[in-house]
Write a protein that binds this ligand. Sequence first.
Ligand code: GLY
Length: 353
Amino acid sequence: MVDMRKIRVNASSEYDVLISRGAIDNIGAFAAETGLCGRACVISDSNVAPIYMERVKASLLKEGFSVTEYVFKAGETSKNAQTFIDILNFLAKAHLTRKDTLFALGGGVTGDLTGFCAATYMRGINFVQIPTSLLAAVDSSVGGKTAIDLEYGKNLAGAFYQPRLVVFDPDVLQTLPAEFFADGMAEVIKYAMIRGRGIDELILDNTEKNIEEIISRCIEIKSEIVCEDEFEGGIRRILNFGHTAGHAIEKAAEFTLSHGRCVAIGMYIVTKAWEKRGLCREGTCDILLKMLEKFSLPKSCDFSPTELAEGARADKKAEADAINLVVPLSLGECDVIKVGMNELLDIFTEGME
Ligand code: GLY
């Protein structure tokens, strides 16, 4: 086996994130080393399954797992109550018990959906995250947020439920279309903005060459934050940098603009406004812009500040008349402040002028 990086997540239940080239063919061995055995159900979508399903199943069979698979139609629209129930019924029909394990093979949709099935099937079953997108690797596969979307909004039904193991094979990035890679880079840039750790330099120097180091640093940051505040009562909120405007843009665009692109715009708006107010170190916005431009990520959209402020008001994270907004202080440092809805509109207006 080539080099392997291991990051321990000390949440309420502890687990490792393994990063290793070729790991897709060794999922079974990693799972067995973690103490998992018995039945395995690999859950994936119609884009990812044709590429990796057979390899993952073969590695599980080799380690003595009995294996079933469930493949759903790719796309955010599948992350709904119907798919959730269909999967639970499938698991029940296949006689999976609490000792068995679900394997989420795919991007954020697959991880969130499978995680929520794992959290609820028989009141909790083991699950392993095998992220195949950059976004899922650095963000959604680590930290235990699981969810499905409801008619009224994204991720409205969910649970904090930690996986037993996360395995990321950097080779999967080779089959990831460029637009999805750029989308994941928006979340990577978010880590550079909130905690620094030299991620900006690695990105601007040579992203491709430095990609494993970049991903490791992002996961280390995520792990530290999750360990400190697993249930998002405080510091974990900084992971929402750029997401207040970002989610509002996603909704206004009726989900035709990708999550990463919306977060990119959201990060730019708040950083520009904060620098204009003299509350953020001069030059921070320029560094952000350089990183965004490297991946052709946008910094503006066609919606008005009023439309975005209205959208943010309806967000599940908004309280009665105020919202927690993550603001940058300098590259690698940020704060969470409570702002009223009128103030939020002012901030959006300043950041979009
Ligand atoms: N994706 C943000 C979080 O895990 O808290």
